[in-house]
Write a new protein. Structure first.
Length: 323
């Protein structure tokens, strides 16, 4: 993609921002490596306190890529209590022009239903701050037919280019030793995040996810250390819909997986997990015409578990993939 096309894209991007538009959340391809981002009910679901770091670089082949980073911490409240807390900070930079910062506090609670099945519910409150660097936008009146973008624009900011507010989300998880399912509703109040005069509501995001963890057997009486985990994840936000189908294979500390996303990409991943640390890498292989221009998407995840006293058995942890 040449420089002229990139600048034209930026001009269209600027016009798009100057009207009333519906936004869409950034996303991570390693869904379960960033559990609090996926569903607030995951807060406190681990045996011990954990810290998670996630980095995603989407479309690095373009000069203005989309970079998203997140940091999260969660723990159970008390060794044998059902409550959990979590904190999540996410920063998203789009084309080095539009920046969104979210800081969330999460509370969850564990509800045993039977000896083998439990439910977790989670509630999330978020402070968001959005900002636009108007000086980096380009417009049609800046173009000379022969020399390109050489003029100053007559367009001026229609607002201060900044917006802040409060947002609320919630989620629920159901799980046993072999299967799990979850539902999350983000942006239930659909806050106005317009950076210019007017209104631009952030649509509610609905996420449904489910899967199973199936241990393989070497023989009738002896289990293997290999597990497979088929998964499905569906998202809807405004007019945007996405269906993800995937499978993980876990043997000892090694995780591999592949996902098929909504007809436009395959996600391949490789991860290593021990009792204390987890490290993963994934790559989105775009299957449409943008493949060569965008160079796909890269994602890295890292988490660390802290040592703690194990909880009573009735507060079992959710058995689900790590990436």
């Amino acid at each position: 993609m040449n420089n002229f096309l990139l600048k034209t894209f930026a001009a269209i991007f600027g016009v798009f921002l100057s009207t009333s538009a519906l936004a869409q959340d950034p996303e991570f391809s390693q869904f379960y490596a960033n559990p609090l981002y996926l569903n607030p009910a995951f807060a406190g679901s681990n045996n011990c306190p954990r810290v998670a770091l996630n980095y995603r670089n989407q479309w690095p082949g373009l000069s203005g890529s989309f970079v998203t980073q997140s940091f999260s911490y969660d723990q159970r409240l008390g060794y044998n209590k059902g409550a959990g807390i979590g904190f999540l900070v996410t920063n998203d930079e789009a084309a080095k022009t539009l920046n969104t910062l979210n800081a969330s506090a999460i509370f969850s609670y564990h509800l045993p239903v039977t000896r083998k099945f439990a439910i977790r519910v989670g509630f999330q409150a978020t402070y968001f701050q959005k900002s636009l660097d108007w000086s980096k936008l380009t417009f049609g009146d800046m173009i000379d037919p022969r020399r390109g973008f050489v003029y100053n624009t007559n367009d001026f900011p229609n607002g201060n280019g900044k917006k802040a507010g409060i947002d609320f989300s919630g989620g629920i998880l159901g799980f046993s030793e072999k299967f799990f399912f979850g539902f999350a509703a983000h942006h239930v109040t659909e806050p106005n995040e317009s950076l210019v005069l007017g209104e631009s509501k952030l649509p509610m995001k609905i996420t449904g996810h489910a899967g199973a963890v199936i241990p393989l057997r070497k023989s009738k009486y002896k289990k293997s250390d290999t597990k497979i985990s088929p998964n499905i994840l569906y998202r809807n936000q405004g007019t945007f819909q996405q269906l993800n189908l995937g499978v993980y294979v876990n043997k000892g500390p090694i995780w591999t997986g592949v996902w098929y996303r909504n007809g436009d990409a395959f996600i391949v991943l490789l991860g290593i997990q021990t009792d204390l640390v987890r490290l993963g890498y994934s790559y989105d292989v775009t299957t449409n015409q943008l493949t060569l221009a965008t160079a796909g998407s890269h994602e890295i995840s890292f988490s660390m578990n802290f040592k703690c006293k194990p909880p009573k058995k009735k507060y079992r942890t959710i058995s689900c993939p790590s990436f």
